[in-house]
Design a protein around this ligand. Structure first.
Ligand code: MLT
Length: 318
């Protein structure tokens, strides 16, 4: 296949695709706007941060396969792909540990105000008293919303730091999830509201769907204890950003965020999110999955998908 790789992708996995006879065009800086041009003549697209719009899909005459090198497919216009008969695949699970590690990092950074500490020292200010009010992670009630691969990996890491992990009981949880949750003595509560009332850290690990849109709304945030921490390394759309800013200003809530409702549609761009710039937020650049280990695991799965796709549709292959 003629494959456009429109985001950074490890060399060895591109070499592997070439060894299987695929012709890879590597344009890792492609923006969403440039994609329509760049896709011409390609059968497949491998993409991570660059948004795939309906215009790009509709203009790409030979496109048959789009692979998102990550879990979510919310950056791809799936309706347009379905109309054109283009397969859209994702790579769930392979970056779970990386995202969990970043979430843990944000929690530690917030508890100890690490970025502010560093900024003060760099500016020549020594102010030990200002930074002597951390509450610690040990014994802290940490609510985990979403016990998929990432949520569980985060819960296990928080438990290893001595936190008391809480989650919402759900009748349809599978036995494997329950086993891992029980192994860290997860306390199950009846509702998300109860989780918000009980915990002083709430960490969100849910996909972007119609059901999770604005899940973190004014009503939920109003249940949080003063000074609570909200962590979101999943998708920006699940948070009502105005409501979170209000909770920060009225109730001292702080947040560790890797995702925003309004993110650039390519891997570089300008920050427009008011939330990302708020002093109660430690924000990162949607880099949860950005470890070498995770990117290699994702790339290996991308190669497997390309191989399976070409094996399943050999007559279409050039
Ligand atoms: C994911 O969907 O797994 C991540 O958001 C991937 C990424 O953009 O780094």
């Amino acid at each position: 296949m003629r494959i456009l790789v429109a985001d950074a992708f490890p060399d060895e996995y591109r070499a592997e695709l070439a060894a299987y006879g695929h012709d890879c065009t590597y344009e890792p800086e492609t923006t969403a706007e440039e994609l329509t041009r760049a896709l011409a003549g390609h059968d497949a697209l491998i993409v991570r941060s660059t948004a795939v719009t309906a215009d790009a899909v509709e203009a790409a005459d030979s496109l048959r396969l789009v692979i998102r090198a990550g879990s979510g497919t919310n950056t791809i216009d799936r309706d347009a792909a379905a109309r054109r008969g283009v397969y859209v695949c994702n790579v769930p699970g392979r970056n779970a540990i990386a995202v969990a590690e970043l979430t843990m990092g944000l929690l530690l950074a917030l508890d100890r105000s690490i970025p502010d500490n560093v900024a003060d020292l760099r500016a020549g200010r020594w102010d030990k008293k200002r930074y002597s009010r951390a509450r610690g992670i040990h014994g802290r009630k940490v609510g985990v919303v979403g016990l998929g691969g990432i949520g569980l990996a985060f819960a296990e890491r928080a438990a290893a730091f001595g936190a008391d992990v809480h989650a919402v009981a759900k009748p349809d949880r599978d036995e494997r999830t329950l086993e891992r949750a029980r192994a860290i003595d997860t306390v199950f509560v009846d509702s998300l509201d109860e989780l918000a009332r009980t915990c002083d850290v709430l960490s969100f690990h849910v996909p972007a769907t119609a059901d999770t849109r604005m899940l973190v709304d004014r009503q939920l945030l109003s249940q949080l204890p003063p000074g609570a921490i909200v962590l979101n390394t999943s998708r920006g759309d699940i948070v009502d950003e105005d409501a979170l800013i209000e909770a920060m200003e009225s109730n001292g809530v702080r947040a560790g965020l890797d995702v925003y409702a309004d993110e650039p549609t390519s891997s570089t761009g300008t920050v427009t999110s008011r939330l990302a710039k708020h002093p109660n937020v430690y924000g990162t650049h949607h880099i949860g999955a950005s470890t070498e280990q995770a990117q290699h695991a994702v790339a290996a799965e991308v190669v497997r998908i390309v191989t399976a796709f070409t094996a399943a549709a050999p007559s279409d292959a050039p």
